[in-house]
Design a protein around this ligand. Structure first.
Ligand code: AMP
Ligand code: MG
Length: 455
């Protein structure tokens, strides 16, 4: 079955980095979703999706492996690895771009620990939906090619249908992968793996004489840009452990993530994040903490003072880009001191008045009376805000918790995919004007909404 154009470079790396032992167990695979547009972009023709994306059979050229990694989970370092995923191979597109094709929920591997290696239909549909939304919100993300029902029952709090998501990523190399490599205490391995990663993601840095530092600097900068994008749309990742931080700068691992409705910087949705470590506002700081863990892995290759110098620029770069992003949200490109104060004041208002983050900014560009005080509005209008700019960065629709829950329940538990597919469609044009069922409805905000990890 020659569908993918596989070239599996990860397989040629050190054997400690992966395992080729795994179990797959789809009994009656059935395709429930397939992203034709993405397939087209990747240059993948139609084929027997259910058979070849369920672990029942492997497409020609696939050479499945589970990747090893480590990671700080809520601050504590653990040995991890793909406990329920298999990298089928690296597909080279007609435009010569390389993408990992990964099955998530395919079964146990040597890294599964106590897990069953499986995933629920509900959570794989959730990842499909939210990663789709992120793509069209113009935020770097892993993509979802397909969801296959396995025909198995998977036991969580309740019984679920089992499912496998086909995930597409520019790679699955994580900060946690570097932590795993560093833990081997083998400088050659670290050097080889670092070169592999640079060649794959940052080839323009390959021949510099300070390649490793430049690499660290680039990863850090992409991480900052990513988190600023999350803050732009009210996204809370929910589990920013170092194993869930991609070296490519893509959003990865959609577990307990969710979008904030009412603006509150301390918002947390994840039921296991009791301390609010990964709250909305903490994401920037955690990004820096994660980059410090990444820097540590590279210490055999770079001078500590030099990497610290780069790391010490994180806060000011972050702050600068955050203000620029917020400036765009209020339609102002060139920030002066009055714009800075307007942004600061605005967030205090939003929090005090418990306003909806998304609809507030979207409606702001209508220049109608809003709930802010007069003097704010006057000062703001003096700066000639740019409506076009505002509407290009402030989405009219996001995957709101109430809508997400509703379409997921119908699809996962009642096999009704119509609302799910319609929502996908709506989320494909988030910056178009809209005022309907999919936009803000104060009655549907669930202030006690909770999300669950790794389900
Ligand atoms: P996550 O919280 O999804 O980032 O997962 C953390 C680690 O737990 C990763 O190594 C996963 O592969 C593993 N894991 C999550 N769910 C399962 C499962 N059902 N079975 C086996 N391993 C799992
Ligand atoms: Mg993970």
């Amino acid at each position: 079955m020659n569908v993918f154009n596989f070239d599996n470079s990860y397989r040629n790396l050190d054997k400690r980095l992966y395992s080729n032992e795994f179990i797959t167990s789809s009994v009656n695979p059935e395709l429930v979703l397939y992203n034709l547009k993405l397939a087209d972009k990747l240059g993948i023709p139609q084929f027997d999706y259910a058979k070849y994306l369920s672990g029942q059979s492997f497409p020609t050229g696939a050479n499945p492996i589970a990747q090893a990694y480590a990671g700080h989970q809520f601050g504590y370092l653990n040995m991890l690895g793909d406990g329920r995923a298999l990298l089928l191979g690296e597909h080279i597109t007609p435009k010569n771009r390389r993408f990992d094709i990964q099955l998530k929920g395919s079964g146990r591997t040597p890294y599964s620990r106590n897990g069953d290696g499986k995933a629920t239909l509900y959570s794989m549909l959730r990842e499909y939906l939210i990663s789709h939304a992120m793509e069209y919100l113009n935020i770097p993300t892993t993509r979802s090619l397909a969801v296959i029902k396995t025909g198995e029952r998977v036991l969580r709090e309740i019984e679920h249908s089992g499912a496998i998501l086909t995930r597409v990523a520019s790679s699955h190399i994580r900060v946690g992968t570097f932590q795993f490599v560093a833990m081997q205490q083998d400088e050659k391995l670290l050097r080889d793996f670092t070169h592999y990663t640079i060649k794959r993601h940052y080839p323009e840095l390959e021949n510099l004489n300070n390649t490793y530092l430049a690499f660290f600097n680039e990863v850090m900068n992409r991480q900052i840009d990513l988190i600023i994008n999350w803050l732009r749309v009210g996204f809370i990742h929910g589990v920013m452990n170092t194993d869930n931080v991609s070296i490519s700068g893509e959003t990865i691992d959609y577990g307990p993530c969710a979008f904030m409705d009412i603006y509150n910087p301390n918002t947390v949705f994840s039921s296991i994040d009791k301390q609010g470590r990964y709250s909305f506002i903490n994401q920037g700081g955690i990004g820096k903490w994660n980059m410090a863990r990444f820097a540590e892995t590279l210490l055999p290759l770079i001078e500590i003072n030099k990497v610290n110098e780069i790391l010490s620029t994180y806060d000011s770069i972050f702050k600068d880009r955050w203000y620029r992003m917020m400036g765009n949200k209020i339609g102002i490109e060139n920030l002066d001191n009055s714009a800075y104060s307007l942004i600061d004041e605005l967030l205090i208002f939003l929090e005090e008045k418990e306003l909806d983050y998304t609809s507030f900014f979207r409606d702001l560009s209508k220049f109608e009376d809003n709930k802010l005080n007069k003097s704010w509005n006057q000062e703001w209008k003096k700066l000639n805000p740019d409506k076009g700019l505002m509407d290009s960065v402030n989405p009219a629709v996001i995957p709101r918790n109430s809508l997400v829950e509703d379409v997921l329940q119908k699809a996962a538990f009642f096999n009704n995919f119509e609302p799910f597919n319609e929502f996908l469609n709506v989320l494909s044009t988030p910056y178009l004007n809209r005022d309907d069922f999919y936009t803000f409805n104060p009655e549907s905000v669930d202030k006690s909404y909770k999300t669950f990890c790794g389900t």
